[in-house]
Write a protein of this length. Structure first.
Length: 368
């Protein structure tokens, strides 16, 4: 396997449209890295530049220590799994998986050995003589992955491979791909717009927006320590709640919304980092799970109480989502299903102010 390094990589199309701007990151040998972001953020373009399917405008790309800017895709020793499977409909599963090896003039015995080995890994042995039209979406995706496995490439590239599958199959396939990574000990680069996929699959996540890398970190670090408001809102489901307000100019460090509907008395630990922001406007971010209906015994000092009217209640089985409005902004709370909240009546909720996130209203960078 191999590592992959991007140095100041940019992609500018004709007409001056910049799709990817100054991307820098390293994918270590045997690492599973996920590129995630909304549609049009440049993640697929970045993957295609790694594959050689898009020309790099400026910057350098290295695979296994070798600069490959001008190396053709077939000579980069990579294998790519596409969103639409890209299987040949007139070929059997065996022929689809063997096709790339036949083009490279591999002996029939080795082709058979590699295809059968991949089929065993992916539970495709009984489907080898079927054609793609006789397979389910999940089986077709496994064939596409198998076609990549038989190549034994240095790097596997996945371009939103699960987006055409239904919800249950997506969960199953992402587990299978994670197991495959552990079994093959391969270097994998995976593109998705689904942050749940990114959080559950990646060793490291690259969050992109408008062609620019926003943050690169391990999944839990992204969740707990987002670098800016975009990352905070994009990573996590349901999304983080945001509300604009001011810090008190004097006395206790308090956060108040413009209409004073919400007031938090912040612990002393925030003073060192937020003290210089007294009297200024900023963004407060709160995860839904940090807005609760109850307070753990002995932790009362960490919570601030406020009252609101619940507008929507969504039972999710083991948890409940609550929707309510503060200062015209819709908030979401995630609570345990053992409680039984009521609609359209005043309900007391508690904010864990030790879990608050604060962001600049100018740069949207974290203040903590």
């Amino acid at each position: 396997m191999a590592d992959v390094t991007l140095r100041n990589v940019c992609k500018v199309y004709e007409g001056g449209n910049t799709a990817v701007k100054d991307v820098n990151f390293e994918i270590k040998d045997r690492e599973f890295v996920v590129l995630v972001g909304p549609s049009g953020c440049g993640k697929s373009t970045t993957l295609r530049m790694i594959a050689g399917l898009e020309e790099i405008s400026t910057g350098e790309l290295f695979i296994d220590g070798k600069k490959v800017n001008d190396v053709s895709p077939k000579d980069r020793d990579i294998a790519m799994v596409f969103q639409n499977y890209a299987l040949y409909p007139h070929m059997t599963v065996y022929e689809n998986m063997a096709f790339g090896l036949k083009l490279r003039k591999f002996p029939k015995e080795e082709i058979a050995m590699r295809v059968n080995e991949a089929a065993k890994i992916l539970n495709l042995e009984e489907y080898l003589q079927r054609k793609p039209k006789a397979l389910s979406g999940g089986q077709r995706q496994r064939v596409a992955v198998g076609r990549a496995i038989v190549r034994k490439p240095k790097v596997f590239l996945f371009d939103e491979p699960l987006s055409n599958l239904d919800a249950k199959l997506r969960v199953q396939m992402r587990t299978e791909i994670s197991r495959l990574h552990q079994r093959l000990e391969a270097t994998m680069v995976y593109v998705t717009h689904d942050q749940v996929e990114a959080m559950t699959m990646g060793d490291k996540i690259v969050v992109m927006k408008d062609g620019i890398v926003q943050q690169i970190d391990a999944p839990l670090n992204l969740y707990n320590f987002p670098a800016n408001k975009f990352v905070a809102g994009f990573i996590g489901s349901p999304a983080m709640n945001f509300i604009k307000g001011q810090l008190s100019a004097e006395g206790e460090l308090k956060f108040k919304t413009n209409g004073a509907e919400l007031e938090l008395i912040l612990p002393d630990s925030y003073i060192e980092k937020l003290g210089s922001r007294r009297g200024k406007e900023l963004w407060l971010g709160l995860r839904p799970e940090d807005i609760t209906e109850t307070v753990p015994a002995g932790a009362e000092k960490n919570f601030s109480k406020f009252e609101t009217v619940l507008e929507v209640i969504e039972p999710m089985g083991n948890e409940i989502f609550l929707y309510f409005t503060v200062e015209g902004i819709q908030f979401t709370s995630r609570i345990a299903s053992r409680t039984k909240p009521s609609l359209n009546v005043k309900t007391a909720l508690y904010l864990d102010h030790t879990k608050c996130h604060f962001f600049s209203t100018d740069t949207e960078e974290t203040l903590l």
